[in-house]
Design a protein around this ligand. Structure first.
Ligand SMILES: *Cc1c(COP(=O)(O)O)cnc(C)c1O
Length: 227
């Protein structure tokens, strides 16, 4: 990360590392915590809540938990208010559900997941091609506007998953597209906080850092391969 930041002329301190601990046992999380890692990412609500509860029973300190996977509507109730940041809010409907179940005193921080590649297998707001097609951009903005008005949520930026490509450099245009979209949102909705770009994983985090990632989500490079 430091190397990639340096090459991009960025300060590595402005880039957060989320250790993606899905499928790994609590023991591995504790080892990472002992090494100073305090942000962990899980992609399933039940698994995350179970690990949270187990760790809470072991006393301080407690890490920051990030929910990075798709949230099914029926899981919104369990997830709302429980995470430092929910990365994959991909519809107005899901945002409304989270808003409804979140305690008003502490708004839930969220990111909007965007499908910048247009791959059918990917979740996220359908924004692929937004640079050339203003109808796509406007359709997205029309969902963002009511979403920003939800009182119990606090939008903090965007998240994406790049397609699987042969070389990390091939992922760069997708990350660049997310950053440019964020800049447009900032112009259009200056009242909101658009500071975070959650992008980059084990195979492509350097490319994401080159394009402005503020949060990278890295699993295998830290914990090893999953199953
Ligand atoms: C699993 C996962 C990651 C981490 O992937 P690695 O290839 O293990 O680094 C990042 N983001 C999301 C959304 C994931 O589901």
């Amino acid at each position: 990360m430091a190397e990639a930041a340096c090459q991009a002329g960025r300060n590595v301190q402005e880039i957060g590392l989320i250790a993606v601990s899905k499928t790994f046992p609590l023991r591995d999380i504790q080892i990472a915590m002992a090494a100073g890692q305090m942000d962990f990412g899980e992609n399933r609500v039940e698994e995350a809540l179970a690990k949270m509860a187990d760790l809470a029973g072991k006393g301080e300190p407690q890490p920051r938990w990030h929910l990075i996977g798709h949230v099914q509507s029926r899981k919104a109730r369990d997830a709302a208010g429980r995470f430092h940041l929910i990365h994959a809010v991909d519809s107005l409907r899901l945002a409304q559900k989270l808003n409804q179940h979140c305690p008003p005193a502490t708004p839930q921080a969220i990111l909007l997941e965007c499908n910048v590649s247009g791959e059918a297998s990917k979740d996220g707001f359908a924004v692929a091609g937004w640079e050339r097609n203003s109808a796509i951009r406007e359709a997205f903005f029309q969902q963002v506007e009511p979403l920003l008005a939800l009182p119990n949520l606090s939008v903090q930026g965007l998240m994406t998953i790049a397609p699987i490509v042969e070389t990390p450099a091939q992922a760069r245009p997708f990350f660049a597209s997310l950053r440019a979209l964020r800049d447009k949102l900032r112009e259009r909705f200056p009242q909101a906080d658009w500071s975070h770009l959650s992008m980059g994983m084990t195979d492509d985090f350097q490319a994401a850092i080159a394009e402005g990632a503020t949060l990278v989500r890295v699993g295998r490079a830290i914990f090893g391969s999953r199953g």
